[in-house]
Design a protein around this ligand. Structure first.
Ligand code: SF4
Length: 118
């Protein structure tokens, strides 16, 4: 049996989770104080996700880079592919905060949004 250790970041309590795995399947989650933490442990152990905040280049912008973020958490496994796509993107200004810069990035169903007006 394999054990993975995580700190739950679903709330500020920061519970120490132990996830017991067998053949890549979660057998048991220990250390959580609520159901949310159990779900977090299962997700981290099998298919971790993260919010992504980065920048893209601008055309006619006040600044050369526009800060952007993902509309929800993206699979960590897709992070390198997403960053490679965003390195190729150039956004024409003006842009409003919250505007969709790119839809369905890397076929995740997740959009890239502008973090500020420019
Ligand atoms: S297990 Fe529950 S109480 Fe503990 S950090 Fe996670 S969300 Fe918070």
């Amino acid at each position: 049996m394999e054990e993975k250790n995580f700190i739950c970041t679903a709330c500020p309590m920061g519970c120490k989770l132990i996830v017991r795995m067998e053949n890549d399947e979660v057998i048991q989650v220990l250390g959580h104080r609520c159901r949310r933490g159990e779900g977090y442990g299962r997700q981290e152990a099998t298919a971790p996700k993260r919010m992504l905040a980065t920048t893209v280049r601008t055309i006619n912008g006040k600044h050369p880079l526009l800060p952007v973020y993902t509309s929800s958490e993206v699979p960590k496994a897709k992070m390198a592919e997403i960053l490679a796509i965003l390195r190729q993107v150039e956004i024409s200004c003006p842009v409003k905060m919250g505007d969709v810069v790119l839809e369905n990035i890397a076929d995740t169903g997740i959009d890239i949004l502008a973090s500020r007006d420019m």
